[in-house]
Design a protein around this ligand. Structure first.
Ligand code: F7E
Length: 336
């Protein structure tokens, strides 16, 4: 009998990489989606749409969640969420419903109808407090935006269920994870898409970013998917940081991508007056728009994934440059 796995949020970036890996490993893969009418383009990209059992789910409907949990999966990977910090600032109530109420409903459902199921809960580096040095699972907590508040609550809830009801539950403290399948609400995909468009059309006007001095710890989502699977196969359920350990600014990401596309990025000005031109042609590539700034944007958070290295034998394999190369190649193939 193949092992049965359910991925909530299977049509998202990380859900799709996870689905691909589980299908390749011979699992029977199920997934939830808001609408069966929407084409799951990421699953199509991997050619695995026919291998997936899709379940339509209204994510805040507790009885629908219980009905799906009653299929008695061996593993549930709970990734469905409002995952954009910017969107959470605009729609905090919706974010609480998607991230706290939904997660609690899944926890309650597995406790009631499938207590043997191993459950992965996707949490975020946004719940960790910035400080000197890379942050591990024991780093102090802090939540500076609605998204972070909801992820912290969902992590606390999952820990309470693990300790109170003896369930196998793992929280993954995921630092930024990007890929060719990222959507451009997120800064990396926005940069890649716009630079590819600029490189294709010499007359195109520059685009706009927010705080380019913000720093993040970027990895490839495919590497995290591998770690997430491994995290439910350890003998004890515990929480894991997944991260590269390397800090990089949005500006560094932009510069690396621009160079790979043949531009020579040259920045001038400060703050809102910053702009970047192509040194070879003098053409403006990007400017700053305060609309994309966050009210609070914590700087300098790198992750320490020692526990994942030690317990799961997990290490990232896709380098920063290769990740950007893959994002560019995919984006170019879509716009050419
Ligand atoms: O922003 C800055 C922005 O929206 C990254 C999610 O996966 O990782 C992700 O959250 C940085 C921020 O991702 C623009 O201010 C500048 O400092 O790509 P992002 P995020 O907020 O880090 C964490 C770990 C998660 O858990 C989340 O689910 O880039 N930035 N200019 C911009 N950001 C955006 N979106 N757009 C800009 O134009």
């Amino acid at each position: 009998m193949p092992q049965k796995a359910l991925i909530t949020g299977i049509t998202g970036q990380t859900g799709s990489f996870l689905a691909k890996q589980l299908v390749e490993h011979g699992y029977e893969v199920h997934g939830t989606t808001r609408s069966l009418g929407n084409l799951p383009w990421r699953l199509q990209h991997f050619g695995i749409t026919d291998d997936i059992h899709l379940h339509k789910l209204n994510a805040t409907n507790f009885s629908e969640i219980t009905e799906i949990a009653a299929h008695k999966f061996d593993y549930i990977f709970h990734l469905a969420a409002e995952s954009s910090v910017a969107s959470s600032l605009k729609q905090p109530t919706k974010t609480v419903m998607a991230n706290v109420v939904q997660t609690t409903a899944w926890l309650e459902a597995i406790k009631n109808v499938s207590p043997e199921c191993r459950f992965f809960n996707a949490v975020s580096s946004e719940v960790l407090k910035a400080s000197e040095g890379p942050l591990d699972e024991n780093a102090p907590r802090s939540a500076k935006n609605p998204y972070a508040v909801t992820k912290l609550a969902s992590m606390n809830m999952a820990q309470v269920f693990r300790e109170s009801f003896d369930l196998y539950i793992v929280n993954g403290l995921l630092f930024n994870h990007e890929s060719e399948l990222r959507d451009d609400r997120f800064v990396t995909a926005k940069i890649i898409r716009n630079l590819c468009l600029l490189s294709k059309d010499p007359k195109l006007a520059p685009f706009e970013l927010g705080n380019v001095l913000a720093e993040r710890d970027f990895s490839h989502a495919e590497d995290f998917a591998r770690g997430i699977v491994a995290s439910l196969h350890h003998e004890i359920p515990q929480d894991y940081v997944f991260a590269s350990g390397v800090l990089c600014s949005v500006k560094d990401f932009f510069d690396t991508a621009a160079r790979q596309l043949g531009f020579e990025p040259q920045w001038v000005g400060e703050g809102l007056e910053m702009t970047c031109r192509d040194g070879a042609t003098g053409r403006a590539l990007v400017g700053i728009n305060p609309e994309y700034y966050r009210p609070i944007d914590e700087l300098g958070k790198a992750g320490n994934a020692t526990r994942a290295h030690t317990c799961l034998n997990w290490t990232p394999t896709v380098s920063f440059e290769d990740m950007i190369g893959r994002m560019i190649a995919y984006q170019r193939s879509r716009i050419e």
